[in-house]
Design a binder for this molecule. Structure first.
Ligand SMILES: NC(=O)c1ccc[n+]([C@@H]2O[C@H](COP(=O)([O-])OP(=O)(O)OC[C@H]3O[C@@H](n4cnc5c(N)ncnc54)[C@H](OP(=O)(O)O)[C@@H]3O)[C@@H](O)[C@H]2O)c1
Length: 261
């Protein structure tokens, strides 16, 4: 049995990966879809042509993947694609974040992504793919998004190193680094979901980011960055000292803050 595993499939980019892959991978037998909101996963499963298995996992909890790992051990599928999409960020000053979110972002974005990749790797064979969702936030430290940006730097660094370790097995890791994408991400990141200059200028469609990511993964590319503005951010983060960039981000945050309105 050949499968594709997608975390964060209940919404946004995870769901879109399932929709786009459903159309054109004949040799895949099942999607294994992972998230907390199983009602959403069932809705998606109805919509897809391929068979789906649904796993309710709260990836912030260490024990959450037990059932999934047992299924892997029992069914011994060939995992052709692992797409680690589950993740979230909370904006705000570090001291003002709540404790669960500080640890939760690291648990979901870093620990669960690494743990699942570790558990799945032995079921992957030649010409398989891993797609990990980082962010443009991975390129530099971000005041008032500090834990999230650091967690995505981890994803980028881990994925690039892993890619080198396993490319001789024909398993290709691609890291996706989007700027703002039109999903539910910002409803979670900031309950007020304020309209910032950054979002209004650079927000892109989820469908386009995922389409580009699949193309880059197919081409065995190391990194996928959608759009010229985010490619410029990448170059900027390589050229300018991070000390200066964090100062600029901090100033822009202050400008955008409620306190200054
Ligand atoms: N949207 C953006 O602007 C943007 C930009 C750069 C990078 N990213 C990254 O892209 C990825 C996908 O985000 P998105 O934009 O598609 O946001 P989204 O629509 O909010 O989707 C996030 C997904 O993660 C899942 N998730 C969150 N916490 C979880 C937990 N504790 N256990 C299991 N699943 C959990 C959610 O499922 P449940 O709530 O049902 O559990 C949901 O399916 C994330 O890693 C995000 O950091 C997003």
């Amino acid at each position: 049995m050949r499968i594709i595993i997608i975390t964060g499939a209940s919404s946004g980019m995870g769901r879109e990966f399932a929709r786009q892959l459903d159309g054109y991978l004949e040799h895949i037998d099942e999607f294994w879809l992972i998230a907390r909101r199983t009602d959403r996963l069932h809705e998606l499963a109805k919509e897809l042509k391929k068979d789906c298995r649904i796993f309710q996992c709260d990836l912030s909890q260490r024990s959450s993947m037990v059932e999934l790992i047992q299924e892997l051990e029992t069914k011994k599928p060939k995992v052709k694609m692992l797409i680690n999409c589950a993740g979230y960020g909370k904006t705000g000053k570090f001291e003002k974040l709540n404790y669960q979110d500080v640890t939760g972002m690291i648990d979901v974005n870093c620990r669960a992504l690494s743990a699942l990749t570790y558990s799945v790797l032995s079921y992957m064979c030649s010409n398989s793919r891993i797609i990990n969702l980082a962010s443009v936030a991975a390129f530099m430290p971000q005041p008032e998004f500090s834990v999230y940006a650091a967690s995505k730097s981890y994803v980028l660094s881990f994925s690039r190193a892993l890619r080198k370790e396993i490319d001789d097995r024909g398993i290709w890791v691609t890291t996706i680094c989007p700027g703002p994408v039109n999903t539910e991400f910002f409803d979670v990141a900031d309950k007020k979901n304020k309209e910032s200059w950054y979002k209004s200028k650079f927000m892109v469609r989820c469908e386009d980011v995922v389409n580009r990511a699949l193309y880059d993964s197919l081409k065995k590319r190391d990194i996928s960055i959608y759009g010229i503005p985010m490619k410029c951010m990448y170059v900027l983060s390589k050229v300018f000292p991070h000390r200066i960039l964090t100062k600029i981000i901090h100033k822009l945050n202050m400008y955008n803050s409620d306190e200054n309105v």
